[in-house]
Design a binder for this molecule. Structure first.
Ligand code: NAP
Ligand code: MG
Length: 493
């Protein structure tokens, strides 16, 4: 791994030199209630058990609001409302009218973008730069994109006489709360389905804001229902006999439980699950650009990204220089207040997730990996974790095989193109990956041989509503986004 030409220099200590004044985004323009009820049949309604749980700000550990816990009978009410709206209104409405409602949701989201970004960062811990520049604009873009398809389904699927499925149950995780809600709801509505959606327990607030937007857009009652709660609420949706389709994004473990529950039923399903993506840097790559892409791929959004580039394979001749540059760049990353516009890495979403990351890093050290963490200060309160890299790890190391879902990168080296492909494919997952090289032919060779749903070349983590997304192997089944995303919500003859 070492070559004399590129011997490793010690990492630079930038953090004492580059201090930025705090630039916090204000939260005085947002409106939050102390308590959120369930959104069923166009109205906010109390949970039948009377139970509420707290959602906290992971950067301060302070409670933000109480949120209703939906049980089986609440889910039943939501499914009945969705069925009635499907039978009586939504499936009968001319498609171009459906499209107008979806456009309206997109426009209101844009109008309220600032509020949505601040709430997303408060409830989930992600840096405001991410929620402001990525999550919220992309969420609105999904509604705009699918609004355009609503009255063109016959052109999207020529000769297939596309028909809606009925009521879709949708269950989403905490890492992109509003974006995942948009990703699920927009294509379902465009195809003429109605929806019961459950956000994650730790990040329900932007989904509740979306419920307000849907109400303000005058969507007919029952077309979208949002029920909050934990895993049992999700299970009640999965097992409800009145549901025609399940769209799930989350962990592979829960995906397997859902797949078992749905086996032998008539319900259609798509599963978007975990990942352990490989970034591959060849010697002929633009190294600085690649380093920036690797940093972006694993550290921004705290590594809470299913397609995070959590494994890095570097060709031997450039390994030392890449690792040195990575360490230098890590030293400049600012970890802290998610609402500060300077912050690169916000708070880890929950204490549970922080403990999981810490435990896996400890295993990595115990297995003999060389652990390097940036020397930045982190706040005393809240859930934070320093950007971390491991070198000297083996293919069999737990931190190379398991999804960590935190800002932790495992680095290995390779000599040949074939070795890089083999190592990258040596994982139970197959969601995404990245290739960094100057040669177009190498891009095509490598991307066509890596078993992953999404491959980026000389960039990373770029999303667009027109592109399909989804995994192979334990990363799931089915595709969301683009034309493929329509197919998942339609019956085709
Ligand atoms: P998770 O624990 O699987 O939870 C996902 C959702 O399922 C949450 O709303 C959760 O509720 C709910 N749930 C939990 N147990 C359930 C059950 N038995 N039946 C039905 N629903 C149940 O995943 P997570 O920790 O929130 O999210 C992180 C995972 O999501 C990572 O593995 C990541 O890779 C994956 N992910 C994948 C994609 C993709 O597109 N492939 C995108 C984003 C994230 P509670 O949270 O309220 O308990
Ligand atoms: Mg929260």
């Amino acid at each position: 791994m070492s070559s004399k030409k590129s011997a490793a220099k010690p990492a630079l200590k930038f953090n004492t030199k580059w201090q930025y004044s705090a630039a916090p985004e204000t939260a005085d323009h947002i409106q939050l209630n102390d308590k959120y009820d369930l959104f069923i049949n166009g109205k906010f309604t109390a949970p039948s058990s009377g139970k509420y749980f707290d959602t906290i700000n992971p950067a301060t550990e302070k409670k933000i609001a109480s949120v209703a816990e939906a049980n089986q009978s609440d889910v039943d009410r939501a499914v009945k409302a969705a069925r009635s709206a499907y039978n009586n209104v939504w499936s009968k409405m001319p498609a171009k009218e459906r499209g107008k409602y979806i456009y309206r949701i997109a426009r209101i989201m844009q109008e309220r973008a600032r509020e949505l970004s601040v709430i997303e960062s408060m409830d989930g811990g992600k840096a405001i730069r991410e929620s402001r520049d990525v999550d919220v604009p992309l969420a609105a873009a999904h509604f705009f994109y699918y609004a355009g398809w609503a009255d063109k389904l016959d052109y999207a699927m020529p000769g297939a006489k596309p028909q809606p499925l009925g009521v879709a149950g949708q269950i989403i995780p905490w890492n992109f709360p509003l974006l995942m809600a948009a990703w699920k709801i927009a294509p379902a509505l465009a195809c003429g389905n109605t929806v019961v959606l459950k956000p994650a327990e730790t990040t329900p607030l932007t989904a509740m804001k979306l419920a307000e937007i849907i109400r303000d857009a005058d969507l007919p009652p029952g077309v979208v229902n949002i029920v909050t709660g934990a895993g049992t609420t999700g299970a009640a949706i999965v097992n409800h006999p009145g549901i025609d389709k399940i769209a799930f994004t989350g962990s592979t473990d829960v995906g397997k439980i859902i797949q078992r529950a749905l086996a032998g039923t008539e319900k259609k399903y798509t599963l978007e699950l975990g990942g352990k993506a490989a970034n591959i840097i060849f010697e002929d790559a633009a190294i600085d650009q690649a380093v920036e892409g690797i940093i972006n791929g694993i550290f921004f959004n705290q590594g809470h990204v299913c397609c995070a580039g959590s494994r890095l394979f570097v060709q031997e001749g450039v390994a030392d220089v890449v690792i040195r540059k990575l360490k230098d760049r890590m030293e400049t990353l600012i970890v802290g207040d998610p609402l500060d516009k300077n912050t690169d890495i916000g708070a880890i979403n929950s204490k549970e997730q922080l403990n999981k990351i810490k435990a896996l890093v400890k295993i990595g050290v115990n297995e003999g990996g060389n652990c390097y963490q940036s020397s930045c200060e982190i706040p005393n309160k809240g859930f934070f974790f320093r950007p971390t890299i491991f070198t000297g790890v083996a293919q069999s190391s737990k931190i190379v095989q398991e999804e960590i879902f935190g800002p932790v990168l495992a680095i290995q080296t390779f000599r040949t193109v074939e070795e890089a492909i083999e190592k990258a494919n040596n994982t139970p997952y197959g969601l995404s990956g990245g290739v960094w090289t100057d040669k177009g032919s190498k891009v095509f060779k490598v991307t066509s041989k890596i078993k992953a749903g999404v491959m980026w070349a000389n960039t990373y983590n770029k999303f667009d509503p027109t592109s399909p997304f989804g995994g192979f192997k334990e990363s799931g089944m089915g595709r969301e986004g683009g034309l493929h995303g329509l197919g998942a919500y339609l019956k085709l003859n």
